[in-house]
Ligand binder design. Sequence first.
Ligand code: PDD
Length: 291
Amino acid sequence: MKNVSSVYLNGQFIAPEQATISVFDRGFIFGDAVYEVIPVYGKKPFRLPQHLQRLGINLRAVAINNPLSETAWSKMLCQLIAENDSDEQSLYIQISRGVAPRDHAFPEDHITPTVFAFSQPLKTPPMSLLEKGVNVITQQDIRWQRCDIKSTALLANVLLRQAAVEQDATEAILLRDGHITEGAASNVIIVDKDNVIATPPRNNLILPGVTRDLILELARQHQMPAKERSILESELATAKEIWLSSSTKEILPVCKVNDQIVGTGKPGPVFKEMLQHYQDYKQTFREGYVE
Ligand code: PDD
């Protein structure tokens, strides 16, 4: 890990080479763990309360006690940020149930969760990509029914994104029962034929993305029509614009789906407006005017 000087493991800040965990860690054996990815701008964690709130919900959903208070999370993450030279970083947090003899059921004895975190430089999408857009493919959503939990058990997501990479695409847009759910590692937002920003509703089939929520918040703030609603697969052909959103991709315009051109084939006017609002919001955050 070239870009990481020290990592946090179970209360200690240590060199990555020294950070080791048991082969019986349930995160390693079962993917019995949850995680968060938090962008850092101007050396400050972006939308930290929202990320910590989601982490708390996920920990409760899998019955792991939250190992740190909100203040302790914040302090630990700020130390990781301070140890990294980059202004823009991406924080990774992972909490597994802990170490126990292999048995699917939770261990009867109390075990201590394994807490791991690190920060690395954030590579936001280059301007050229924002001006050109990216290609995506569609794939059937083969994941489980609790995609709202940000679990490290990501084998389906890994295979789906690899399928995209092998077809020279940036992301796979996932389809379940004729509807769009999300991307393999992102949320999907469209500008529909009526010029309304639309994104699938929060339910068990998608991760409630922090970036997606911010986009909806910015749309409301700037009187841009926006709706959370089911989106049919067929709307991929009629949408004027399609975007992807995530903490590391921010907002990315899609120019082709399965080699079919989206809208005019270039990032559209609604994307350009939203990108401007998003960049302005980030700048205000860097300057310390919003949390
Ligand atoms: N992934 N949906 C899925 C399946 C994701 O993995 C992600 C993010 C999102 C977007 O969520 P947010 O806006 O909160 O980042 C939606 C992260 C970045 C990852 O796994 O690296």
